[in-house]
Design a binder for this molecule. Structure first.
Ligand code: FES
Length: 335
């Protein structure tokens, strides 16, 4: 059954439903029930290593709004060195979609709410857990023109106030912070309303937002030396993948028997140490999608500037996506 009601202030409309049971079971607004599996989240933010500084507008990877409601899920996560045990937002299709985390500041105005419309897409539990997302922004409101987007879910709300430092410069101090991740509509509103009302200028609400994005992909066309009689192949890699590991996992034969080790002059695979060069590939197109060469790689491959050591190369550098063409075992080609 679907309930809907509207509430003014910060503006929201709820579409929740009843029913719950022993685990994280929600009823969404379409009346479907789904149950989250107990799973551990892998990295849920874009702050992965090896990706380099982001050089693209990450919003181009946002999931289309019509897919967002069906893609959010909540995961029961056991305690680990990375985070406390709890229930966290995740993506159902976490192979190709991930949850990014952003902090967005919204200046407050006396007598006004934030102007964020909320929609509960899963809830109906006695403990108030659920999934609530931004449904829209009220025109002219405090949140209008900020980075808050429909489909985002609010994971925490922090109130900061400016204060004058001894040097006369303004600084912000944190007054209050409330975690709201995996809250249903009512509990989210309760958290927002529990903050003291704005008293004057210099107050900012910082929202920690979770946003669903697809993982950027790089499509790699592989060409094998003619004598190997292997047809061209195409593989898809996610930004941030190590080129050698990704190729080996996908069954690409990489080791070049013509290669001599840089350290000993002998043959053999160094296991991604950057000294054997058996993993070298020739890049015909798309080298701007790769991480820059390190000093050792530059030195070893200086006679062949279009070659890369796959073991020392990350694709989709800076969160880029695009197409590449690569020659496997470039020593076996005539040129
Ligand atoms: S595997 Fe040895 S240099 Fe890449």
């Amino acid at each position: 059954m679907v309930n809907q009601s509207r509430m003014l202030i910060s503006s929201l409309w709820i579409a929740g439903a009843a029913a719950f049971s022993n685990d994280v079971v929600f009823h969404n607004r379409r009346g479907q029930t789904y149950q989250n599996t107990r799973s551990f989240l892998a990295s849920s933010t874009s702050s992965q290593t090896d990706l380099g500084d982001t050089i693209v507008d990450m919003n181009k990877y946002n999931l289309p709004l019509e897919e967002v409601a069906n893609e959010w899920t909540a995961n029961v996560v056991a305690e680990s060195s990375l985070r406390e045990a709890g229930i966290y937002l995740g993506a159902k299709n976490d192979k190709s979609v991930y949850v990014d985390t952003l902090a967005v500041g919204i200046p407050r105005r006396v007598g006004e709410g934030l102007g964020i419309q909320l929609l509960e897409i899963a809830g109906g539990r006695e403990d108030g857990l659920g999934i609530t997302v931004v449904d829209g922004i009220v025109e002219g409101s405090c949140a209008d023109g900020t980075e808050v987007l429909a489909g985002d879910s609010i994971a925490a709300v922090t109130l900061r106030k400016s204060k004058k430092g001894s040097d006369g410069l303004s600084d912000f101090e944190q007054v209050d912070s409330i975690a709201t991740e995996c809250f249903g509509y009512d509990k989210t509103v309760e958290a927002l309303m529990s903050l003291p009302p704005p008293e004057g200028e210099g107050e900012v609400i910082v929202l920690t937002l979770k946003r669903l994005r697809r993982k950027p992909k790089v499509t790699v066309k592989l060409q094998y030396p003619p004598q190997q009689n292997e047809p061209d192949a195409t593989i898809e890699l996610f930004a941030g993948e190590n080129l050698r590991r990704a190729m080996l996992v996908r069954g690409v034969k990489l080791n070049d028997p013509l290669s001599l080790r840089f350290d000993s002059g002998g043959t053999g695979n160094c296991g991604a140490d950057g000294t054997c060069a058996t993993c070298v590939v020739g890049v015909l197109q798309g080298d701007d999608l790769l991480s820059p060469k390190g000093q050792q790689e530059e030195q070893i491959l200086k006679k062949n500037p279009r070659w890369r050591m796959a073991c020392k190369t990350v694709v989709g550098y800076g969160q880029q996506e695009g197409d590449m063409t690569i020659r496997v075992n470039p020593r076996q080609w005539d040129n």
